[in-house]
Design a protein around this ligand. Structure first.
Ligand SMILES: [Zn+2]
Length: 68
């Protein structure tokens, strides 16, 4: 493999990794650790930018509530 080919391959991998990261985490979204008011289980909730009160359903008991 030539030096040029190796460099191109490295660049491709970096680009791919960056694209995957962009897909996995939407820009501006915040992750909130919300505690269920009914059973106390912690839930991972994704909030849109600027949104502080997010509605979520508890993964343990299914209780619908709003996270602060
Ligand atoms: Zn719960």
């Amino acid at each position: 493999m030539s030096k040029e080919a190796m460099r191109a391959e490295a660049e491709r991998l970096v680009k791919e990794a960056m694209e995957k990261k962009t897909v996995a985490v939407k820009r501006g979204d915040t992750r909130i650790e919300a505690k269920c008011g009914k059973c106390g289980a912690s839930n991972r909730v994704t909030a849109a930018p600027g949104e502080t009160r997010v509605e979520f359903k508890c993964k343990e008991c299914g209780h619908k509530q709003r996270a602060m």
